[in-house]
Write a protein that binds this ligand. Structure first.
Ligand SMILES: NC(=O)c1ccc[n+]([C@@H]2O[C@H](COP(=O)([O-])OP(=O)(O)OC[C@H]3O[C@@H](n4cnc5c(N)ncnc54)[C@H](O)[C@@H]3O)[C@@H](O)[C@H]2O)c1
Ligand SMILES: [Zn+2]
Length: 352
């Protein structure tokens, strides 16, 4: 199955996203596969059996978000120089979103840019991170603050790689899928409610639909000047949760799950969504094993944290909120007292 990406606003750059068993790929050039020990341990042999190239190298970097740094990017670059890659050479990202974001960023830098290919191996990277060309690293000022919009030459999504993915990581990926359904597609939301999301056929359908929705958004707004911001539903709150818990208690998707529950509470308070609809979303998130409960220790501190987000412009917080299920609205003029009143309901035992 092919999902074409056509970036009409740039130089008609196009590429395909293939959702299928990984085909045999041949490259008349040097390739460097970037991966980590976890992914390599499970799947590198399979990958190597599917790739032929003029020269083939593997660079293994340590596993974890902590290593998503400029230093790691420089290490990958050094390997590229050691292997004497030229401007036709390709990098292949083989792993989750961390590997994908860093490999893409490295590709954008090596000799001012060489091609790269995404072969994502987590659900989150298959439905979200590998689509859309955002690449980058973290630094001590925050997450993904250094980077580039840099599109891959192709994306190959093979659901079979997910067989070794821990259940918790799988659920974290589902959070991003639910995000897309709530923002854009009520039928898709109902599909997620009804089906067993761990069945292979359902996983394929879930990936296909999410990739199509994300591709549709990115096609309209590659650089996030408008509709792409809608993909941050749940993230404004979720980033604060991640930040308050020092990025070690929740996986990103788990924080987004909590963030969606909070955004929904605000949407209910503003009359944009019914309590029943908010409950429906919470039930789905809980059912797939995602957290929906968070105790805000101090509402004012939580609110202040919104301003650390790079998306808060000129002192205004941009809230991406659902309008019922399947529609969205970006609201930036919500009174702080109203937001804090909603946050206060997450103070003690209210969110269950
Ligand atoms: N570029 C984008 O648009 C975009 C969008 C969303 C998230 N992201 C980024 O993606 C990152 C999160 O991605 P992630 O959730 O994939 O995390 P991750 O890359 O850290 O992967 C999660 C864990 O799963 C392991 N893993 C990967 N594939 C596996 C497999 N098949 N079997 C067993 N274990 C496997 C990894 O080694 C890692 O330990 C964050 O850095 C985030 O900023 C980017
Ligand atoms: Zn996310």
């Amino acid at each position: 199955m092919l999902v074409p990406i056509e970036l009409t606003q740039t130089d008609a750059l196009t590429y395909d996203i293939t959702i299928d068993t990984l085909p045999v790929l041949h490259f008349d050039t040097s390739v460097v596969i970037v991966t980590n020990p976890t992914v390599a341990g499970y799947h590198l042999e399979t990958l190597l059996a599917h790739i032929t190239a003029t020269q083939r190298h593997v660079v293994t970097i340590p596993d974890g978000e902590n290593y998503k740094t400029l230093e790691t990017v420089e290490n990958i670059l050094n390997e590229c120089f050691e292997y004497k890659l030229d401007r036709k050479s390709l990098l292949i990202a083989f792993g989750g979103g961390v590997i994908g974001d860093m490999t893409g960023f490295t590709a954008s830098l090596y000799q001012r840019g060489i091609g790269f290919i995404q072969i994502p191996t987590t659900l989150l990277s298959q439905v979200d991170a590998s689509v859309g060309g955002k690449t980058g690293v973290n630094n001590r000022y925050g997450k993904n603050l250094i980077g580039a919009f840099y599109q891959p030459k192709a994306v190959y999504i093979d659901p079979d790689f997910l067989e070794t993915l821990p259940a918790r990581e799988f659920a974290a990926g589902v959070a991003e899928v639910v995000k897309m359904a709530v923002m854009f597609d009520k039928d898709f939301f109902e599909f997620l409610e009804k089906e067993t999301l761990t069945d292979r056929d359902i996983i394929v359908e879930m990936i296909r639909k999410s990739v199509e929705l994300k591709a549709w958004v990115v096609n309209q707004d590659e650089k996030e000047a408008g509709i792409r911001a809608v993909l941050n539903y749940g993230h404004t709150f979720g980033h604060v949760v991640e930040n308050e818990t020092a990025y070690c208690q929740y996986l990103h998707g788990e924080a987004v799950s909590i963030g969606m529950v909070m955004a929904n509470a605000l949407a209910v308070a503003l009359g944009m969504m019914t309590e029943e609809e908010a409950l429906q979303i919470k039930v789905l998130l809980k059912h797939v094993g995602l957290p929906v409960v968070y105790t805000i220790a101090d509402v004012d501190t939580f609110y202040e944290h919104f301003f650390l987000d790079k998306k808060s412009q000129k002192g205004q917080i941009k809230f991406i909120l659902p309008q019922g299920i399947g529609k969205h609205k970006i609201v930036s003029d919500i009174d702080s007292a109203m937001v804090k009143k909603v946050l206060a309901t997450f103070g003690d035992m209210v969110c269950s």
